[in-house]
Design a protein around this ligand. Structure first.
Ligand SMILES: *Cc1c(COP(=O)(O)O)cnc(C)c1O
Length: 450
């Protein structure tokens, strides 16, 4: 029988993260302070984030960053995550392609987000922080952060995008189980939230609004409270490279090397996590691998956005980031992949996209769920609506191989399970979901707002 799953021993769990900033042919443009418009420094950034995260954020020289022992000990509870050969899906698609997926859904909280939450919480704890704040969409990041804060003895306050707060009540409950205080965003508890609601009382929230509120809370609670972010920033991508570093060893054990690597894309952290360790061979040795970043057609910053400086949040509290963006006031349609409803892409990924290393792909909501259901039938795992986007792109690539007869090796990242997203599946199965691609006029309108 052929081997289906590939694991590493505890000893083989990576000891260092990979910092692609050291190897990029063109470094990302500097982020700018939102007030002075000068390049940010470790000091200015550390008003918001843990100091060590700020050092990592601006580290353009060290290729490898040590994973703290305490974080690596926690990784041992669920890492390595399995690399799985998707024989079932290959058979269902009748494709000669070899499909592999990295299963991050086995983390205790159900997604890849824990890889960075543990690290950020640990650094906060080290620096004497007692309270952490953050945003969350579908609730995956909030859950990971709430659990990590609890683990290291800190309190957490999470602003959850209002539409997701209502769509996914059980994720809110998960955060509450771990002791988090959860507030739907926009809320009346911050100035940013009040301003947003004054202009638009029916605002359904976006990751941009929730980030503003969480940062405001951190800034108003100096010293002991820090903000943590679940995606976009390069230190978050750095922590996620544990995924790709493991996958590299596991693919070696499988005796193959990926031709195509596919991941869904919200702010870019899981994409970076699985892709960057392989991309170092593309940058340094010219290895020919295709990297597909998959976004919803409702929020198409990679395929239809503009590369320019923009804020990471609605109110303009974050640094100005050189990013592919739809404009920081863009309100994505209420699709069920809450983790992908974000207007911008991180600075590092944006530069790599601009330099031609990455290809953006957009997927309609119905195609994503169709692929998710197909995958579930073939492999027994119900994927998160976000992950369904990577699966839909994988299915497309595998069907191209059926046409051409090529047996390409495809690796995709299964970021999370969808067991807390069954109300979304319910709507899909009962025919109540529609495609909501962003319109040209709408994109133009929001890009014109400075
Ligand atoms: C947050 C999330 C994503 C998207 O975020 P990235 O930072 O782009 O990886 C994808 N899948 C799941 C399950 C998530 O929770």
């Amino acid at each position: 029988m052929k081997q289906k799953r590939f694991f590493l021993s505890e000893d083989e769990i990576p000891r260092r993260w990979y910092n692609i900033q050291a190897d990029m042919p063109n470094k990302p443009l500097p982020m700018l302070d939102p007030v002075t418009r000068e390049p940010v420094t470790v000091e200015s950034l550390s008003k918001i984030f843990a100091l060590e995260c700020c050092r990592q954020e601006l580290n353009l020289t060290d290729r490898w960053i040590d994973i703290p022992d305490e974080v690596r000990e926690m990784y041992k509870y669920y890492r390595s995550t399995p690399l799985v050969r998707a024989y079932g899906l290959e058979k269902a698609l009748d494709t000669p392609a070899h499909i592999y997926f990295k299963n991050e859904s086995v983390s205790p909280v159900g997604s890849h987000k824990l890889n960075s939450a543990l690290a950020q919480a640990w650094y906060c704890k080290q620096e004497g922080v007692t309270n952490v704040t953050t945003e969350t969409g579908a609730g995956q990041w909030g859950t990971a952060l709430a659990y990590s804060a609890r683990l290291f003895g800190m309190d957490s306050a999470v602003y959850q995008v209002k539409v997701s707060y209502e769509q996914k009540p059980y994720r809110r409950n998960m955060m509450q189980v771990f002791g988090a205080q959860v507030t739907p965003s926009p809320s009346m508890s911050t100035r940013a939230g009040k301003n947003i609601l004054t202009v638009n009382p029916n605002h359904q929230g976006s990751l941009g609004t929730a980030i503003s509120e969480a940062i405001e809370l951190a800034l108003n609670t100096p010293e002991k409270c820090k903000y943590t972010l679940g995606s976009t920033m390069s230190h978050v991508s750095l922590h996620q490279t544990v995924i790709g570093l493991e996958a590299e060893k596991q693919m070696e054990a499988a005796g193959e090397y990926p031709d195509t690597i596919i991941a869904c894309f919200g702010g870019g952290s899981n994409f970076s996590g699985i892709a960057f360790p392989f991309m170092r061979h593309t940058i340094l040795e010219g290895k020919k691998t295709e990297y597909l970043a998959v976004e919803p057609s409702s929020c198409p910053k990679l395929t239809r956005g503009e590369f320019r400086y923009d804020f990471g949040d609605e109110a303009g509290y974050t640094p100005l980031i050189p990013m592919y963006t739809l404009g920081h006031k863009f309100i994505p349609a209420n699709i069920h992949a809450g983790g992908l409803r974000y207007h911008g892409a991180g600075g590092v990924v944006s530069q790599l996209l601009k330099d031609g290393y990455i290809k953006g792909v957009d997927i309609d909501q119905l195609d994503s769920f169709k692929a998710g259901v197909e995958f579930a039938k073939a492999e027994g795992i119900i994927p998160a609506p976000e992950s369904c986007h990577a699966i839909a792109a994988t299915v497309k690539e595998a069907l191209k191989c059926r046409e051409s007869g090529e047996s390409k090796v495809i690796l995709f990242n299964l970021t999370g399970h969808g067991l807390m997203d069954m109300s979304s599946y319910d709507q899909y199965l009962s025919g109540n979901l529609i495609n909501i691609p962003a319109g040209d006029k709408e994109i133009k309108k929001y890009l014109e707002i400075e």
